[in-house]
Write a protein that binds this ligand. Structure first.
Ligand code: 0A1
Ligand code: ZN
Length: 849
């Protein structure tokens, strides 16, 4: 990274230009004199020249800071200041930098650096927010020990590490500035303790605003379970005597893993049965685990530069998925993870924003906290584990933790540990980090004289800046069944390394039915001529739960595609297969519900695009309604019994046995509501004693367009609970049909509770609009125009969220000329908006390129 001299705004930064920092930091002392608009930050930083520096010029990052004074070893530093940082003449020996700057947290609407949320001071420094707090070498390969003193009226004042009393904190673990955190406010806390397996007693706290304490016990329990899991599975213990979590209402992302002081979006930590759904509880558990796991994968071992982001994120997502699988059941967890991967990452990887898991250039690093870096990054770890086996995987991880503890590392460092443990060359595997695009694997099969041959032919389509791709190592897990549905060949991992790669299975009596890419062992698109009869067979017999579900999904997708493209009627064989699933007592309720949640509008669009057909979101929506009605009618006789059997007695618990019953019961309710005009849903709404049941019922009523009274009652009941009102906003838009969705979103922007200052609220409206395919893409273009208007407005306040939400437009090349034209026009209008941020402008330029 060219980091030695001030960058100009919007400059592209390249991985190949990385150079080591000019100076290293031994210690940092910070004093914060808190004030809403005139906070003073006084810094004392012990620097020493880096012997490995390429350029010795002393340069510190700093943005939106008012410099009051700066000195080097007590002498005026004579700093040359630009909008992005400063340079000064520094001695060629260790020296003390002292500075004082003034910042204004109350007017910081970008929520990066030090800002205020509901009267409380808090920070967000990843990726490059620390430079908005004081002048500093704000790059992850500069690690230092921090001591922090917070001065202010606030009763609770927190920072990283250990509490020395009187607002003073010391973090003994050297860390990069992006892991710095400070919180100050009028907060209350839930306290608990955890004893690590080597006997360290750790104090645990979740700090919240007064009134939210009852929403903290679940998060605390999830934290303790995460701590135990990381000890048991990865042998990783916590390393301080204190672990604090703080809930913040205005927060750009889900949460942040600051050392010893995790800061959470309140939506990602606060939950009570009456205000949070089963889905919320699950998400909270995952995020708590994710942030906690970062303590080793991210904090103790961090990234050398931001191109290596997947080093911490892909690995930590993989770890949180493992944890969730152990907690919730591996089949349902894997299916949800793949659903998410396909919905977000495949969409990204097959459009103009496609980029490698380790990108090679960026303008604004915040734009690279993507599904590719996170979710595909996790898939890459999963493939590594599949290829080398569990024992070598954990041995390689142990080596990584011991060899690199306290360092800022690269993907090369990570892979080398596994090469050393296995003696295997991972050069070809590394292509997963550098080549963008979702690989296509075509499958041919033949059977002669008892030998069944599978031929895999791999290719990866061109992506921006990468026209051609080399063959990758793809672990494809395969099992074989006979025609009676018995497993005749246990799962074998076929390591596909060549463009065309054959695998033989010998000694078979008859041509088997293959189950390919079991457990979704590789993040690829399989291209195989498969009959619906075979899919129905696998749905009935496959022993691999993922592929069993996948077969049903492929069947559903095919049925929808035929209905959309050929005006076909709902396929009876598919409807019968669903009835068989519903009747099968050996299947778990959660799995059944997964089989009934049909492909999304976006899924069908992707399938059509793959088949060379231009998707029409309106038609897909209307077809989905027809199919859903047919499914409900076919299931009619079974529904009352399923619904009754899935009711959970006793007090609400988010545990997965109960949540899965509600999931399947509410799937039955949704079907019933298509037939009974919402009668059962109205009854459920009236009697619901938890948010899962209340919200599911409201959704059914809104879909049936009979829920006006309940909708108003819901708002009245929850108007003082921000997180529930976010759900209410979102429901209004996601259940509005076609052009009514943008109209509803526009109407909601005038609602007194709508505000751009809160990312959750903005997302509740506009995230729901982008997620309502038929609404966002209504043929008049009102969805596009509305989102463009609001992204321009939001950009002036919070560029990071505006940039993230612009991905709603990334699919523009898929559509017909009219839609393409309108989407491009919306994007061009954003591009031309005066004063556009580098964040949003980079995104729009890439989407349009
Ligand atoms: N590292 C956090 C996510 C995060 C990333 C960037 C942020 O601001 C730009 C904030 C949070 C995680 O993976 O949980
Ligand atoms: Zn993370």
């Amino acid at each position: 990274m060219k980091d030695a001299s001030p960058a100009t705004p919007s400059q592209t930064i390249y991985l190949k230009d990385y150079t080591p920092p000019s100076h290293l930091v031994d210690s940092v002392e910070l004093v914060f004199k808190l004030h809403p608009t005139q906070t003073r930050v006084i810094s004392k930083i012990a620097f020493r020249p880096n012997p490995d520096a390429a350029d010795p010029t002393f340069y510190l990052h700093g943005e939106q800071l008012k410099l009051i004074r700066a000195s080097i070893d007590g002498q005026d530093a004579n700093a040359k200041v630009t909008d992005l940082g400063l340079t000064a003449q520094a001695p060629d020996a260790p020296f003390l930098w002292e500075a004082e700057v003034e910042i204004s947290p109350a007017t910081n609407t970008a929520l990066e650096g030090l800002y205020m949320s509901n009267g409380m001071y808090c920070t967000q420094c990843e990726a490059e927010g620390f430079r908005k707090i004081t002048y500093y070498p704000d790059r992850p390969d500069v690690m230092a020990v921090f001591t922090v003193k917070i001065e202010g009226e606030e009763p609770v004042k927190l920072s990283n590490g250990n509490d020395l009393g009187d607002g003073t904190w010391h973090d003994p673990h050297p860390k990069p500035a992006y892991l710095f955190a400070l919180v100050a406010g009028d907060l209350v806390n839930l306290h608990d303790t955890f004893t690590t397996r080597s006997g360290r007693k750790v104090d645990l706290n979740i700090y919240v605003r007064d009134g939210d304490l009852h929403k903290t016990p679940f998060g605390m329990d999830a934290l303790k379970r995460s701590m135990t899991w990381d000890e048991e599975v990865y042998g990783r213990e916590y390393d301080l005597d204190l672990f604090n979590i703080v809930a913040v209402d205005d927060f750009n992302m889900g949460a942040m893993e600051n050392k010893g002081l995790n800061i959470f979006n309140s939506a990602a930590v606060l939950a009570s049965p009456d205000t949070a759904t089963d889905g919320n509880f699950h998400r909270i558990e995952t995020i708590i685990a994710h942030e906690y796991f970062h303590n080793w994968t991210g904090n103790r071992i961090t990234c050398r530069d931001w191109f290596q982001l997947c080093l911490k994120e892909g690995l930590t997502v993989f770890r949180d998925q493992q944890f969730s699988g152990d907690t919730r059941g591996h089949a349902v967890e894997r299916i949800s993870d793949v659903l998410q991967l396909r919905a977000r990452q495949f969409r990204e990887d097959n459009g103009p924003l496609a980029h490698p898991v380790r990108p090679e250039s960026f303008v604004e690093i915040n734009n690279f906290y993507t599904a590719t870096v996170y979710e595909k990054g996790a898939e890459v770890i999963g493939m590594l584990k599949t290829l080398i086996g569990d024992a070598d995987y954990y041995e390689g991880c142990d080596l990584y933790f011991t060899r690199h503890d306290g360092q800022a590392c690269t993907i090369e460092d990570w892979l080398k540990c596994f090469e050393d443990v296995t003696g295997r060359d991972l050069a070809q595997f590394k292509l997963w980090y550098s080549q963008a695009g979702t690989p296509r694997v075509k499958v041919d099969e033949s059977f002669h004289d008892g030998t069944y041959t599978l031929t895999f032919i791999q290719s990866t389509p061109p992506t921006p800046g990468q026209d051609t791709k080399d063959p990758k190592v793809i672990p494809i897990a395969v099992g074989l069944l006979n025609e009676a549905g018995e497993e005749i060949h246990a799962t074998k991992v076929c390591e596909v390394t060549d463009e065309v790669h054959k695998f033989r299975f010998t000694g078979l009596e008859a041509k088997p039915v293959p189950s390919i890419n079991r457990n979704f062992s590789a993040p690829i698109i399989l291209e195989r001529d498969q009959s619906n009869a075979e899919r129905a067979f696998l749905l009935a017999h496959d022993t691999d739960p993922f592929n069993k579900w996948e077969a049903g999904r492929a069947l559903a997708r095919d049925v929808m595609v035929r209905m959309v493209t050929e005006d076909a009627t709902p396929d009876q064989a598919y409807l019968d297969a669903l009835v068989a699933v519903a009747r099968d007592d050996t299947l778990e309720p959660g799995f059944k519900a997964m089989c009934f949640s049909g492909p999304s509008n976006d899924d069908i669009q992707q399938a059509l695009v793959d088949g060379g057909v231009t998707p029409d979101p309106t038609r897909i929506f209307l077809t989905g309604q027809t199919l859903n009605l047919a499914i409900s009618q076919t299931m009619q006789d079974l529904l009352p019994r399923i619904y009754a059997e899935m009711q959970v007695d006793g007090p609400y618990s988010p545990r997965s046995e109960d949540a899965d019953r509600r999931f399947w019961g509410n799937a039955a309710l949704a079907m019933l509501s298509r037939l009974d005009g919402g009668a059962q849903a109205a009854a459920q709404y009236a009697s619901a004693d938890n948010m899962t049941q209340q919200l599911a019922a409201l959704g059914c009523l809104l879909r049936a367009e009979v829920g006006e009274a309940q909708n108003a009652a819901f708002y009245a009941q929850w108007k003082d609970d921000r997180l529930v009102i976010d759900k209410w906003f979102s429901m209004q838009v996601s259940h509005a049909k076609l052009a009514a969705a943008p109209a509803k979103a526009a109407e909601l922007t005038a609602h007194p509770d709508f505000t751009m200052a809160n990312p959750n609220r903005f997302r509740a409206v506009f995230g729901a609009l982008a997620g309502n395919s038929a609404g966002f893409h209504e043929p008049g273009g009102s969805g596009y125009a509305l989102l463009a208007d609001w992204l321009i407005k939001l950009d002036a306040k919070n560029p990071q969220i505006a940039a993230r939400m612009s991905t709603a437009f990334e699919t523009w090349p898929r559509y017909d000329a009219d839609r393409q034209g309108m989407m491009r026009e919306a994007l061009t209008r954003i591009q031309a908006a005066p004063g556009l941020s580098p964040d949003l402008s980079e995104m729009v330029n890439r989407i349009l390129a």
